[in-house]
Design a protein around this ligand. Structure first.
Ligand code: NAD
Length: 445
């Protein structure tokens, strides 16, 4: 299905770490230096980190995995995920395989329009100030356009000006100016913030007020991305669970999140397990995406699910996810962090919108992984094997002992560090070399 390398690398999780690297390099035609960066033997070092933040002392690692089986808008895509939590990569890959049975994911992203906010204080007549700003909208937009000739040259730049009056704040009324700005393939915070600062004298002259804050809004609700998938009921069946039973279980689980903020928070956290892992792997600002997601989830005045699941007349399970997705393929750390650059290359994405479409597809897959598990066998069964490995490592196991100890903890039904330590003491030291096996798992816990 689709052009480019296949994302269907069967048996991948059964390979050793180095075999997986070789298989990936072959499948995606990766050059040796790119593979070394993804493998973590090259890439971001302390010297480079020193140029990125203040008081740098080194770098912090995270496991990097590849989610398989994804087809987004008919294109096969190997999805890099940087995440410390077990089950997420396996969960996404497994659900992408189910979605493949229904043609994969269809996704679409809005124009990359961000909102920059200016807070105008000290106005005697806010209505008159609003009128003055709107009358001079064209001149203000032209001034904002002149700030970043690269972005305007690429067809982006200032798009609109909105003026809002917040009449009841703790310090009285204030006027809020929104600059709508198309940031093309950048996340755009710097471009927008620079434009806002440049506009300040003009806005103060027109309003007679004082411009206080000038900053991008992370509620990027003009830059939404949406993904949808269709999973034939038969593909949902497993073990003793029938396809229709799983479908109805998933829908009931979603309905809970749609109606209850306590559940919705965890439901959306499961979505963000997938979203953040790709956002981080591509060097994007995951705090910005998180902030946008949760603010958007509460847009109706009550926090709710970002996704929706239903049964269609064809009997299939249908799902969709819509959320703000302010990510770039230019700017920030996306081109500075060597692994982020390599991850973008692995996905073969050409634009910020294309990246956003993949990310929401992964979020939707991850959501289904969690709902399917919760609605059937429960989250712990699939999770415990992976969790047990972390407990084994935390208890001090190394090499082959990790697998052996993890298996024993699961068999005993006691996945606890005290028990792991007791077993290790009983067994004594063992030879090194880990296999790093994974099992399809869940997505939210
Ligand atoms: P940036 O300023 O590093 O790069 C964007 C610039 O690249 C553009 O302004 C443009 O001049 C140039 N460019 C070249 N080719 C382009 C193309 N095809 N499309 C768009 N621009 C192109 O990055 P940015 O995206 O403006 O800022 C992102 C950074 O800002 C992130 O690191 C983020 O953490 C940080 N930040 C975020 C917030 C927030 O979320 N509230 C606030 C401040 C800063």
């Amino acid at each position: 299905m689709g052009s480019g390398p296949t994302s269907r690398l069967s048996g991948f999780y059964n390979l050793s770490l180095s075999e997986r690297q070789a298989r990936l390099a072959e499948a995606a035609a990766l050059e040796a230096d790119l593979l070394a960066t993804l493998a973590g033997t090259a890439g971001l070092g302390p010297a480079q980190a020193d140029h990125m933040i203040e008081n740098a002392i080194g770098v912090f690692g995270l496991p990097l995995g590849v989610a398989l089986n994804f087809v987004v808008n008919g294109r096969e895509v190997l999805v890099p995920m940087a995440i410390e939590e077990p089950s997420v990569v396996a969960g996404a890959s497994f659900m992408a395989k189910l979605a493949r049975a229904g043609g994969g994911f269809t996704a679409q992203a809005d124009e990359p329009q961000m909102i920059g906010q200016m807070q105008v204080l000290g106005l005697t007549d806010p209505e008159a100030a609003r009128g003055a700003l709107l009358r001079e909208k064209a001149e203000i937009l032209a001034e904002a356009d002149a700030v970043d000739p690269v972005i305007t040259g690429l067809g982006g730049g200032a798009r609109d000006l909105e003026v809002r009056l917040l009449s009841e704040t703790p310090i009285g009324p204030m006027l809020i100016v929104h600059l709508i700005y198309d940031t093309r393939d950048a996340m755009g915070a710097n471009a927008v913030n620079t434009a806002l600062e440049r506009l300040t004298p003009h806005i103060e002259r027109l309003t007679g007020g004082r411009v206080h804050l000038r900053i991008l809004s992370n509620l990027a609700d003009r830059r939404l991305a949406r993904a949808a998938c269709r999973i034939p009921a038969a593909a949902l069946a497993f073990d003793k669970f029938g396809g229709e039973e799983v479908r109805e279980g998933v829908i009931a689980a979603w309905a809970f999140a749609a109606a209850d903020p306590y559940r919705a928070a965890t439901h959306n956290k499961g979505i963000m397990n997938g979203v953040d892992a790709v956002v981080i792997a591509t060097g994007n600002d995951w705090r910005a995406v998180e902030a946008g997601a949760h603010a958007f989830a509460a847009r109706g005045g009550r926090y709710t699910s970002l996704s929706r699941w239903w049964a269609a007349e064809d009997g299939a399970l249908h799902g969709e996810l819509e959320m703000p997705m302010a990510v770039g393929v230019i700017g920030g750390a996306t081109r500075v962090h060597p692994a982020a650059r390599a991850c973008l290359r692995l996905m073969g994405v050409q634009s910020a919108r294309q990246l956003a479409e993949i990310i929401v597809s992964v979020g939707l897959a991850q959501n289904l992984a969690a709902l399917r598990a919760l609605a059937t066998e429960g989250i712990q069964r699939g999770h415990m094997g992976l969790h047990a490995r972390q407990v084994a490592i935390a208890a001090g196991a190394q090499g082959e002992l990790i697998e052996r100890l993890a298996r024993r903890l699961v068999d005993e039904g006691t996945v606890r560090i005290d028990r792991a330590q007791a077993l290790l003491r009983e067994w004594g030291p063992a030879p090194k070399a880990s296999t790093g096996r994974e099992k399809p798992g869940l997505g939210e816990r």
